[in-house]
Design a binder for this molecule. Structure first.
Ligand SMILES: [Zn+2]
Length: 117
């Protein structure tokens, strides 16, 4: 993203992103992964090494990684929810950069005024 120099352009860029900052579906701050796991049944083939391939969500909370099983019929939907989180996260990062740029142009303008007097 290119950050404009002029405060008016920065504000315009900010407003466009603020409008986009709205969830279009549930939002999941987690990663969708496929894992091989044992189900725990000692008589199952997975106990002899042929583990089950399944879809899981993983996420970190207080430096601990958590995992949740995702039924196969929900995988497509859950994927969209994680993509929505990525989209919103990128927007927040861009809005942060633009907001900082706005503060910095203000600081520079003040300095220029002070320099003149
Ligand atoms: Zn099993």
């Amino acid at each position: 993203m290119k950050i404009p120099k002029h405060p008016t352009l920065i504000r315009r860029s900010l407003q466009a992103r603020q409008k986009e900052l709205q969830a279009h579906c549930p939002v999941l701050a987690a990663s969708l992964v496929t894992l091989r796991r044992a189900c725990g049944n000692p008589n199952c083939r997975c106990a002899r090494g042929q583990k089950h391939l399944g879809h899981y969500l993983t996420w970190k909370l207080k430096a601990k990684t958590h995992t949740a099983y995702v039924p196969v019929d929900l995988v497509a939907q859950v994927k969209l929810w994680t993509q929505e989180h990525r989209r919103l996260k990128q927007l927040v990062q861009q809005i942060t950069q633009l907001s900082l740029a706005l503060i910095q142009t203000h600081v520079r303008a003040k300095r220029r005024k002070r320099g003149r007097s």
